[in-house]
Design a protein around this ligand. Structure first.
Ligand code: ACO
Length: 328
């Protein structure tokens, strides 16, 4: 069976930088609290006229350029997002239109912060089964639109951004070596926007109670993340018949530095080898792992043949990890 992997990657973050000091003016918080509890120093917020599809489109253009393929060679677009432009229309269709592509299939994947891993997993299978040759996988978010700027428990954590990967056949033995994905379904308000869906459509009461914004039980998410990040990374490594020492780097979902520190201790893998950029972007959900990869590539931190793991966790609760041998 031919190997499948990432052939080109691109990312985009909005220009507007919002520092912890800026947020001190909005809610009762402090730079010190945010930095010491999360590691976040600043994040990007999309401009008023920028939606998730705009960020995703900009990342996609760069990914296609880096993959050095003709845009017409893209056979399918998958967008991982928790902040679609519209509730009913796939954001992937909006990006298809912006890219000037027509007819190719498009759909969104809803797996919250694990979305990029889930979408890569789907793309991997669809290429292995020869349904498509090149699939554009995009993780894009405008979390600033669903963050409650009156709730200090959540609004300091999130940022906006996008990353895109062209997934296709790569040199034999390179690319995706193993995948492990899972979920622990819950409906106890650990991490969701309570209203605006089919269960509780928005009305005056939900708006008044600010139930149209993201609510999170931070401690529950923290416990879950500290448990699953090491577990699912090791599962993916086992499947690839590799040990953690075979990895040159791990790209975790960028939610909280303390989660990454705990994972580093649990799997005995040095913290310096976990790529961390949450200090600059906060938690960009489905975009975070791709943005981290894109930055590391720009800095020359990943070389052809490096073994890396991408590991995500998030709402659902979902989790997943992919081990790959970098293909270019
Ligand atoms: N500024 C100042 N004080 C704050 C802030 C803030 N921004 N937010 C909360 N506090 C206060 C709380 O009100 C509380 O005060 P109290 O003791 O007087 O009640 C105190 O700080 C401690 O609150 P905790 O929630 O216990 O703080 P904790 O150390 O657990 O940190 C945090 C909270 C950062 C959210 C942490 O639980 C966490 O990182 N959880 C993981 C959640 C996560 O990563 N979410 C990202 C989204 S999940 C995903 O990526 C899909």
């Amino acid at each position: 069976m031919q190997s499948v992997g990432i052939k080109g990657l691109g990312y985009y973050v909005p220009e507007n930088i919002v520092t912890n000091f800026d947020l001190e003016k909005v809610v009762d918080t402090s730079d010190e609290w945010i930095r010491t509890r999360t590691g976040i120093e600043e994040r990007r917020f999309a401009a008023e006229d920028e939606a998730t599809s705009d960020l995703g489109y900009k990342a996609a253009i760069k990914a296609i350029e880096n993959a050095k393929i003709d845009i017409q060679e893209i056979g399918l677009i998958i967008v991982a997002t928790a902040t679609a432009d519209y509730l009913t229309q796939p954001t992937a269709c909006l990006i298809q239109k912006k890219l000037g592509l027509s007819k190719i299939p498009c759909f969104d994947v809803g797996a919250a912060c694990t979305g990029f891993i889930y979408a890569l997993t789907v793309a991997n299978s669809m290429i292995k089964t020869k349904l498509f040759k090149n699939i554009l996988v995009i993780g894009a978010e405008t979390l600033s639109r669903i963050a409650d700027m009156k709730d200090r428990n959540t609004c300091v954590l999130f940022g906006d951004g996008a990353a895109a990967a062209v997934v296709g056949n790569v040199e034999e033995g390179y690319g995706i070596l193993s995948v492990s994905i899972g979920a622990e379904g819950e409906d106890d308000m650990v991490l969701k926007i309570p209203a605006g869906g089919s269960k509780f459509p928005n009305n005056e009461r939900t708006i008044e109670n600010r139930e149209n914004f993201l609510k999170m039980n931070g401690q529950e998410v923290f416990k879950f993340a500290v448990k699953v990040l090491p577990k699912v990374t090791l599962e993916a490594l086992n499947q690839a018949e590799m040990k953690v020492d075979d990895l040159s780097m791990i790209f975790p979902h960028q939610a909280n530095l303390r989660i990454i520190e705990a994972a580093s201790k649990r799997i005995d893998f040095p913290l310096e080898k976990f790529y961390v950029n949450l200090n600059k972007y906060g938690n960009t959900s489905a975009a975070s792992i791709g943005i981290a990869l894109g930055e590391a590539l720009e800095k020359g931190l990943i070389k052809k043949g490096d073994n890396i793991a991408l590991t995500g966790f998030g709402g659902g609760l979902t989790y997943g990890s992919i081990v790959m041998k970098w293909a270019y």
